[in-house]
Unconditional design. Structure first.
Length: 194
């Protein structure tokens, strides 16, 4: 950027700096808008592995598991989750929807904690669901628990009301808040809340 006398051409220098600064500002804006993206998958989920910790309130069983690594769900990790979230009354094991685990992972990330989820209910067999419908108010006949697409949890050392708000903010399925029983229901069905 010099003129014929060898001195820097001031106008070209200023124009070049303006382009350079604009490019830098655009990059900063792009990074900021990406961080604030309304897409929960983009905003919350870091790349790499995803892990969760559970404490089953009825069986006392604990599990800390990496269920996703290197861009893939891990069959061994999913099998461990399936077993922990089995119908503890009948010991029936059913596949748990990996998208449900992703919802839990994102909730944990938003809550900025790695503490365990306390599990109240995971998969429910038809027999258990029928029994609960007779004895417990609010149990759906066609519950998402029957499909391995719902879990009732609380997050250790985190407000259950705040957890319900975070789950609703994701808008990725059903969210029920049960303050008297101190748990949150999350599922991968249509977006709704109660």
């Amino acid at each position: 950027m010099s003129n014929e006398s060898g001195r820097p051409d001031r106008r070209r220098f200023i124009a070049g700096m303006a382009v350079y600064c604009a490019a830098g500002a655009f990059g900063s804006i792009a990074r900021a808008s990406e961080a604030a993206s309304p897409d929960p998958d983009r905003r919350v989920r870091p790349s790499g592995s995803r892990s969760l910790s559970f404490l089953h309130t009825h069986t006392g069983e604990r599990l800390a598991v990496d269920y996703f690594q290197d861009g893939n769900y891990q069959p061994d990790g999913l099998a461990q989750v399936n077993y922990l979230l089995r119908d503890f009354r009948t010991n029936d094991v059913h596949p748990i929807d990996p998208a449900l685990l992703d919802v839990l992972f994102d909730l944990q990330t938003l809550a900025q904690t790695e503490t365990a989820f306390e599990v109240i209910s995971g998969y429910r067999s038809p027999a258990t669901n029928t029994m609960l419908r007779r004895t417990t108010e609010g149990v759906a006949q066609h519950s998402m628990h029957l499909e391995g697409r719902a879990v009732d949890v609380r997050l250790q050392q985190f407000s259950t009301a705040a957890l319900a708000r975070l789950a609703r903010s994701l808008a990725r399925g059903g969210v029920g808040f049960y303050p008297a029983s101190d748990f949150v229901h999350v599922d991968t069905g249509r977006v709704r809340s109660w």
